[in-house]
Design a protein around this ligand. Sequence first.
Ligand SMILES: [Zn+2]
Length: 480
Amino acid sequence: MDSRAGSARRVTVSPRTMLALFVGKLAAVMTRSLGKGGGTSLPGLLATRVQPHLVRELASQLQRGTIVVSGTNGKTTTSRMLASILTEAGVSVLRNASGSNLTRGVASALIARFDLWGTIRSEVSTFGLFEVDEAALPEVVELVQPSKLLLNNLFRDQLDRYGEVAMVARLWSKAIARLPAAAIVIANADDPLVAEVAVNNSECPLYFGISSVPDKGSTGEHASDVKTCPRCGGPIEYTLVTLGHLGHYRCSNCEFVRPEPVVCAENVRLRGIDGSDFTLAAGDVSASVHFPLPGLYNVYNALAAAAAATALGIDMSQIATALGNATAAFGRMERLEVDGHTVYLALAKNPAGLNEVMRTILQSSEKANLLMLLNDNTADGHDVSWIWDADVEMLAGHTGQVAFSGTRAPDMALRFKYAEVSDERGGKSRIELNTEAGLVHALAGLGAGEVLFVVPTYTAMLDVRGVLTRLGHVNPYWEE
Ligand SMILES: [Zn+2]
């Protein structure tokens, strides 16, 4: 018999919260049974209408504390890596689903793990790990009251939704002001916008950064968002540019300078699409990481996860081992086998992200076969002009088959035309608005054993995943 039998169930929440939990759970069951997705958003939306304090009430019961992860790029990959580090260290993790990164997504994740009486279903103490949209950060921080806040990077993204990056920086300052007094801010020292927000608003931020990349020059890029000092507006000078506006910088007019990071990646050596090798160091402790995800952007994600794990007291060698076993999050240079071809799904939703994806593709393939998927739905941003800020020119002379799909496929085709990137198979680049037709044609055009890179925006990635799920090549995203 259950040891709790005979004693009354301990009710920890108000009747209104119990009603909200009931509504949320019902919505989750119904969305799943109707095949409308994983119930990662609607349950939270409905339940928080019944009880606006639901997130606050449930999150306060997470005994190990919570972390909120934000940044323009890499939220999902970072959260995923941090979750595996913690899980391997024996910590129970409660996470929101990738893409459901507004308050309703956080609420949905909590509802799924609490029972109707407001008690968490876990034998061991649980840590909350929530990835949160940049614009939703002040609201979620206010509700969750996290013990840690991780700020990874701030790139231009979805301009029509967020306006300038400076506006997001102001939102983040507001979020930091709402943190509990003892909370730790973990920030990317290599991003001047993030560093300026952290240094101005937090007592003692924990910084992470890349110390050295032996093969990297110091040239700036097209997609650089910051040319002036975020403090005084003077010119910023770089001694190392890692990607976009990230690197080792100093203002030539005022005292603003890259803060010295505590958690570092030293001697980063990229191995193309196979990943990179680096030394993870914090103070006197270091460990070698044989990291399987490609690109410097993923090294930053690994560092962000490592810094958070360090702040939680996890051993460095344990962190290094977990990072060595990292796998790509869905759609993040994710490798699939489809009809005898290797297909990589590489989400790109802003100039910096697209540049990194293109650079990784160039390192891995002589003549890359590409299917570019551009949508302009709300979650992508209605303004697709960002594609003109990406360095598409770098692909010229390095492509095999090139095809375009998605609601704004002709815009991307025009961008490629101006970059003089063409289908070097001799044919005309195919433009196909329908995602399924675009994918089927792209696959049919491949030679035996050839690789296809599918580069979608956010909703286009959900579309292409949907097609691949129907064709039986991948699992639905909520089963990840
Ligand atoms: Zn300055």
